[in-house]
Ligand binder design. Structure first.
Ligand SMILES: NC(=O)c1ccc[n+]([C@@H]2O[C@H](COP(=O)([O-])OP(=O)(O)OC[C@H]3O[C@@H](n4cnc5c(N)ncnc54)[C@H](O)[C@@H]3O)[C@@H](O)[C@H]2O)c1
Length: 434
């Protein structure tokens, strides 16, 4: 039998070239085992169905039960699962009757904590969609239960499984960006976020169904744009800066979609991180890391719903270069004017670029973002939703509690995004517990 692979988080720095092999290898491990992992999915709405579809492509994953208390969504989930799993409207009944090995929680945010706790108490491994919980107190409680049970627990921040983001981190840690001073991230879209309600206004079920289907728009169930979108991108900031922010300030409002929603339709914030100086690697990737003392890095974030210009991306600004990151594309721009003999200009650029990326080849690209000369494109691809599930299942099989996005990481992510909502509501800067 093949040996289980280590989680990608611990192995990818050894060789970036091994990156693309990780998911495939994990897949082989899963396939090589005799017993499939018995999985239940709670919440078979939009994301639950994405995850069900991904699970059906993974050998060694068996969907044994589905739960949703809204019958049209439950039937949709059954259709995608394709293997006629047992169906439930009540998650406690599912846990009791099916006794799955692993549970995926893909329900509205306000339900994450109680469903995770119930699954953990039933002895299950848990994959919880982001954001981990509706409040920091709930996230702390879930993290404590995970620790107590030594459970396998993963939060669905799938960029942690994305080959481009992993390669970007390897480049940061190899010193290619120098000192990261600033991150700019945004998620700009042009839509109302509203879902249609299947009965007319005035129908006795309209109000109930409207709130159920549009749970994202109401504070009782949701934490708005910060939890739904920013959580992914601020996870990148926490991951790349290897810490959590100390302070956040910002402003937000409902200024375009004035349709009865409660959550903001535009958010703007600045986070401050106290960053430990990067230990400069030696040799060809020796980095310029400032004066070697801790320093403050600032991260700006915006999300708007009235214009999609810029879309969703993160820009990681370092003293030697800039990374432009999305789930499907990663570009590296050398910083103009940096006197760096490592970067040849005589046709050896491609060769040097390959060397400088700790083993991964970057290719030149003619991207419109190339305002600072031609960037190098990160040559990596994958399906991060599927890949995060492959890694989770690998941890379930091997009882490895060090998942790629564990409960502590999820708690820190929740603290980060929820602090911004507190800052918007109070109009004051908010300090974030370390
Ligand atoms: N990682 C990602 O990229 C990503 C993308 C989208 C959504 N999400 C997350 O997935 C979660 C679900 O989002 P969604 O867009 O699928 O929402 P959704 O409304 O489409 O689905 C949620 C489902 O939960 C069901 N549900 C509600 N209460 C329930 C209960 N008591 N018992 C059983 N089922 C219940 C609803 O009927 C619905 O089908 C959220 O946490 C969201 O942030 C993650």
């Amino acid at each position: 039998m093949s040996q289980p692979i280590k989680s990608g988080r611990r192995t990818f720095l050894k060789s970036a070239a091994a990156l693309s092999a990780i998911a495939a290898q994990a897949q082989l491990v899963a396939a090589g085992e005799k017993e499939p992992v018995r999985i239940a999915v709670v919440g078979t709405g939009a994301r639950g169905c994405d995850l069900i579809r991904a699970l059906t492509t993974i050998d060694g994953a068996e969907i044994v039960g589905l739960c949703d208390d809204y019958p049209p969504h439950l039937e949709q989930g059954v259709k995608f699962a394709g293997n006629n799993p047992r169906k439930f409207a009540n998650y406690e009944e599912l846990l009791d009757r099916v006794q799955p090995q692993a549970v995926i929680v893909a329900t509205p945010l306000y339900l994450h904590s109680k469903m995770c706790l119930a699954a953990l108490d039933a002895g299950c491994a848990v994959f919880c969609e982001k954001t981990m919980c509706h409040s920091v107190e709930e996230a702390r409680q879930v993290a404590a239960r995970v620790a107590e049970k030594k459970a396998v627990f993963q939060v669905g921040l799938q960029r942690r499984a994305n080959a481009i983001y992993r390669q970007g981190l390897a480049m940061v840690q190899a010193g290619m960006l120098g000192q990261i001073t600033t991150i700019k991230a945004q998620w700009h879209r042009h839509n109302s976020w509203r879902r249609p309600v299947p009965v007319p206004r005035g129908h006795e079920d309209y109000a109930r169904l409207e709130r159920r289907l549009n749970w994202r728009l109401y504070w009782d169930y949701s934490q708005g744009l910060m939890a739904e979108l920013a959580s992914h991108q601020l996870d990148i900031a926490n991951w790349y800066l290897q810490t959590t922010p100390r302070r956040v300030l910002g402003a937000a409002g409902i200024d375009y979609w004035r349709d009865g929603r409660e959550v903001y339709d535009n958010v703007f914030c600045i986070y401050e991180y106290e960053v430990a100086p990067q230990v400069a690697p030696t040799g060809i990737n020796a980095a310029v890391t400032g004066d070697g003392k801790p320093y403050t890095a600032r991260v700006t974030y915006s999300s708007i719903q009235s214009n999609q210009y810029e879309g969703a991306s993160e820009l990681i600004f370092g003293t030697r270069g800039t990374l432009f990151l999305t789930q499907k594309k990663g570009l590296f721009y050398r910083e103009a004017g940096v006197d760096d003999p490592l970067w040849a200009t005589d046709g050896r650029v491609a060769k040097d670029a390959a060397l400088l990326t700790a083993g991964k080849t970057l290719k030149m690209t003619n991207d419109p973002w190339a305002h600072r000369g031609s960037p190098f494109e990160i040559d990596a691809e994958g399906d991060d939703t599927r890949d995060e599930l492959v890694e989770f299942l690998n941890c379930v099989r091997t009882c490895d509690a060090q998942t790629i996005c564990d409960a502590t990481t999820g708690l820190r992510n929740a603290q980060t995004v929820l602090a911004a909502n507190a800052a918007f509501k109070s109009g004051e800067a908010v300090l974030i517990d370390g």
